[in-house]
Design a protein around this ligand. Sequence first.
Ligand code: MN
Length: 228
Amino acid sequence: MTYLFKPEDPKALPIAGEDTLFPVHRIFCVGRNYAKHAEEMGSDPDREPPFFFMKPDSALMINPQTVPFPSATQKLHHEVELVVALHKGGENLKKKEALSCVYGYGTGVDLTRRDLQEVAKDKRHPWASAKAFDCSAPVSTLTPLPGQEWDGNSTIRLSVNDERRQKAEISHMTWSIREVISHLSRLFALMPGDLIFTGTPAGVGPLDIGDRVQAEIDGLHPLDFKIG
Ligand code: MN
């Protein structure tokens, strides 16, 4: 049998120092993982457990130079996030087992149609149009660090047109990498190729056409793109 039409090839991320590519399977995202960001979004950071949403592979942009301003929004927001790449899977992983799934880390930006998200929250609608749109997930080259937690003392930062918007230490995450993986593995059978966006610190804000976005995490490959 042949396919009715040619299926898409998997998207794949470059790996620093390697000739091989990391084929991406799914993109999971943590909803709130830094207390100050939960507060700026009007939530109580202490009472709410982590929750997850997803982006399709059509959202992924690999080291983009330009990211298109999406349709149907007047309020495109940036959220810089540490991205975890998994090369193993599993279900119901204990915290002490969780890091064995980790292949490496990258820098990501969870682009959000904030106006559509605000409507969705009000109406208790799903977040697909706010979060899962095309080109909404720029991700950098991966840095391999198999089985290891990312250094909590490193800083995550985002600037727009050289103005600092977001800055925090990774250790300020409410839920650690191993806790996020363990929690997620109770909800989904994790698989090699899965990416996890681990949540954004405070300082999210609007982007316009022509803006230059620089996203950095100490020790990882940065992102540097324009909104076009
Ligand atoms: Mn996010």
